[in-house]
Ligand binder design. Structure first.
Ligand code: MSP
Length: 484
């Protein structure tokens, strides 16, 4: 069985989950479900990123103990994934004991081999990004992603050697041993890596209390990104002990066989760190790099990044209430090209919902079922039905290549064609003049709907099941109520 290990980023628990988080997660769920259907041995990892200054400050503001604060928000993320019908295989929290002990082991190992050393770090720090910034990253002296001033930090710090492994990293990216896709992001990272020598990265903070203490210097806590990256391994129960992973070693926890990840899905805002710090940590540890880092664009609203200050944020709960679970999943996955920024507004989402789901698929299904019922049409067993004229292969290829919107577009072309087919053939008249032709028309429609329901399983699991059941029982079902 081919294994397929897919991860989403571990999300920050400084605030409630939003539509951007849902976007990455639904896409990962679609891929996981698709690969399970293909018979692959799938492991789908999600989790929450719970340390660092940003979260420490938020907990202080809320007047809460940080652990209690993160417990609540992390639980809120899990709840949302359940609502969205996202079926992960494991959920790692960076405050889990097993994670913390593994991180400390890794730190000690890298310190002992000299990959981590004591020095000083001076720079501008954006708390929103939890990252040091160079002057060239800033716009008018402010972080463009968060529109905030950066803090000047100058302190004793432990650093991770970066430049020593830069050439090796470049080579692995160039020859696709460590694939970065879409291609434009591979180019972007290579041009960055070949232009500048990587500065050693500060992996500890002296004045941040909410973090994992360094095992060799209790005055410091671990830099939140260093901690968070390792969750991709501790999520597989890795205990941090093996320097070189020997996959034939029977003592290794079974789940570790899933490493290297087949796909790590990330948004473009966190590409740079995922394509530099993370692989260099792995190279220092002698652990294989993930096979593929796939980067998606951002959801914008009305041409601008969604932000609470601008007031253009679309809430996931609002979407779930209006469009239901599968409606929301569909609208997110069909919103636009996955690797590019995608603009969504509530108005357009509502239009699309009505056009594609209420008047489209939902209406087609009820029409066909009504015809079957009114004229007592018995469809033959599924095996005897004509093959629908659509290439599964091309749709499967689209999903494998993260072209969700294309695969859905192909399925909806079929819905629209079938609608036209009903209009043109007028089965309610045909039944009176040519029963054979009527049967033929109905057979085609029903077999197309069966196929559509199969193809929709990864995207809209509940709807797919409902369609199949309705076709079997010929009981009409209201899939998507029209909204105003
Ligand atoms: N905790 C880090 C990730 C550590 S991974 C070792 C983090 N968390 S996050 O909660 O801020 O964001 C996680 C993901 O959500 C990113 O992939 C990011 O791109 C995605 N999104 C956040 N806002 C987004 C949009 N508006 N649109 C699409 N996705 C965006 O970063």
């Amino acid at each position: 069985m081919k294994k397929y290990f897919i991860t989403t980023p571990v999300y920050y628990v400084n605030d409630k989950p939003h539509i951007g988080h849902a976007y990455t997660s639904v896409a990962a769920d679609v891929l996981a479900r698709f690969h399970k259907l293909q018979g692959d041995d799938v492991f789908f990892l999600m989790g929450t990123d719970e340390h660092g200054l940003k979260i420490q400050k938020k907990a202080e503001e809320a007047g809460k103990d940080p652990q209690k604060f993160v417990d609540e928000i992390s639980a809120g993320f899990k709840e949302l994934w359940e609502k969205l019908d996202i079926k992960y295989d494991a959920f790692i929290r960076t405050t889990d004991e097993k994670h913390k002990t593994a991180v400390q082991k890794v730190l000690q190992t890298l310190f002992d081999k000299g990959a981590i050393y004591k020095g000083e770090y001076a720079g501008l720090y954006c708390v929103g990004c939890e990252q040091f910034k160079s002057e060239s990253d800033l716009v008018n002296g402010r972080c463009p992603d968060h529109d905030t001033d950066c803090e000047i930090v100058k302190e004793e710090s432990y650093l991770l050697k970066m430049e020593t492994l830069q050439e090796e990293l470049i080579e692995k990216i160039e020859n696709d041993e460590f694939k970065i896709r879409p291609e434009k992001y591979k180019k972007e990272i290579l041009s960055f890596l070949t232009k500048e020598k990587l500065k050693d990265v500060s992996i500890s903070r002296k004045n941040v209390k909410w973090g994992i203490p360094l095992p060799f210097d209790a005055e410091h806590t671990t830099y939140v990104w260093f901690d968070a990256f390792l969750s991709y391994l501790t999520g597989l129960d890795w205990n941090g002990e093996f320097l070189r992973l020997n996959l034939k070693n029977k003592d290794l926890a079974l789940k570790m066989d899933f490493w290297p990840a087949d796909v790590q899905l990330i948004g473009k805002d966190i590409l740079r760190v995922h394509a530099t710090i993370w692989p260099i940590m792995l190279l220092h540890l002698g652990i294989e790099l993930p096979k593929l880092l796939f980067t998606h664009g951002h959801l914008l609203s009305g041409g601008r990044k969604m932000s609470k200050t601008i007031g253009n944020v679309i809430g996931v709960d609002e979407m779930l209430e209006k469009f239901g679970v599968d409606g929301t999943r569909y609208l997110l996955m069909s919103a636009g090209t996955f690797g590019e920024d995608v603009d969504v507004t509530m108005e357009r989402l509502m239009e699309k919902y009505n056009a594609d789901l209420a008047n489209g698929l939902g209406n087609l299904l009820s029409r066909v079922l009504r015809l079957a019922q009114n004229f007592q049409f018995q469809s033959p067993p599924k095996a005897d039905q004509p093959r629908a004229e659509i290439s599964n292969d091309s749709i499967f290829k689209n999903i494998e290549n993260f072209e969700f919107e294309k695969s859905l577009e192909k399925i909806w072309n079929m819905v629209r064609e079938d609608d036209k087919f009903v209009e043109e053939n007028k089965p309610w008249e045909l039944v009176k003049v040519n029963e054979d032709k009527f049967k033929e028309v109905m057979k085609k429609l029903i077999s197309d709907l069966y196929l559509i329901s199969e193809l929709l399983v990864p995207f809209m699991p509940d709807t797919a099941g409902k369609i199949k059941k309705a076709l079997e029982t010929k009981e009409p079902v209201a899939l998507f109520p029209r909204i105003k």
